[in-house]
Design a protein around this ligand. Structure first.
Ligand code: DX5
Ligand code: ZN
Length: 227
């Protein structure tokens, strides 16, 4: 099992009526993180779950909870997610009026802070923020729904983000996560482009055997290392 790569099943494709059981199942299947998609029917045209459900999930798993906020505004809800047991909190910079402040707010609450980039959002948001960023999350679909097709134009953007992280982070660990349309058959290409953390919703929760799917993903990732 590669320590270099992390697999983060997205609860968006889980059975919400059995969420505790579902997150326990993916942890047992070898997941590294639980990816928790928060949508507000305002920043994105869909509505999911908030801090109450995050707190309900927390005691079911020991792996970190990776909260992806697709909400506007951001700041007011940060403390609630930190108290609900989130370990990482990421937000879309254009949804926050004061990006630097929001990054500080997340870190002051003891969580790792992430910036999320839609397919058409420029990486320029990293120019003056990277020293406060623990996670760069690149969307490879437009946010709002699971089960969409991976947008290939994001591959060179992953490589560019990797270059920026390696150049600026100064040895500090900054994760590069990709979210949307990640499957067994494209995960190696995404890793080769520079990603180290992979969100997969429908590919894992839509499969019959979560452990087998995660194992196949890791086998593909092992090949990417050799590339
Ligand atoms: C989309 C969400 C994703 C989604 C990914 O807005 O941020 O995390 O669950 O789902 P798949 O893996 O099915 O594309
Ligand atoms: Zn997500």
């Amino acid at each position: 099992m590669s320590e270099r790569f992390r697999i983060a099943p997205s609860v968006l494709s889980a059975d919400f009526a059995r969420l505790g059981e579902e997150v326990r199942a993916v942890e047992a299947a070898g997941a590294d993180l639980i990816h928790f998609d928060v949508m507000d029917n305002h920043y994105v045209p869909n509505l999911t779950v908030g801090p109450l459900v995050c707190a309900a999930v927390r005691p079911h798993v020991s792996i970190p909870i990776d909260v992806h906020l697709m909400i506007e505004p951001v700041d007011r809800i940060v403390a609630d997610f930190a108290e609900a047991g989130a370990n990482l909190i990421s937000f879309h910079p254009e949804a926050s009026r004061h990006v630097d402040r929001t990054l500080s707010l997340i870190r002051e609450r003891g969580c790792k802070a992430g910036l999320v980039f839609n397919p058409a959002t420029p990486l320029a948001w990293l120019d003056h923020t990277l020293d406060k960023v623990d996670l760069v999350l690149l969307m490879s679909v437009n946010p709002g729904f699971g089960g969409q097709r991976f947008i290939d134009a994001v591959l060179p953007k992953i490589t560019e983000a990797r270059r920026r992280i390696d150049a600026a982070a100064g040895g500090r660990e900054v994760w590069l996560e990709v979210d949307g349309g990640v499957k067994v058959d494209n995960i190696a290409r995404i890793a080769t482009a520079g990603a180290d953390t992979f969100v997969a919703g429908s590919a894992i929760f839509g499969s019959k055997d979560y452990a087998a799917t995660i194992r196949e993903m890791r086998a593909q990732l092992a090949r990417a290392v050799r590339a």
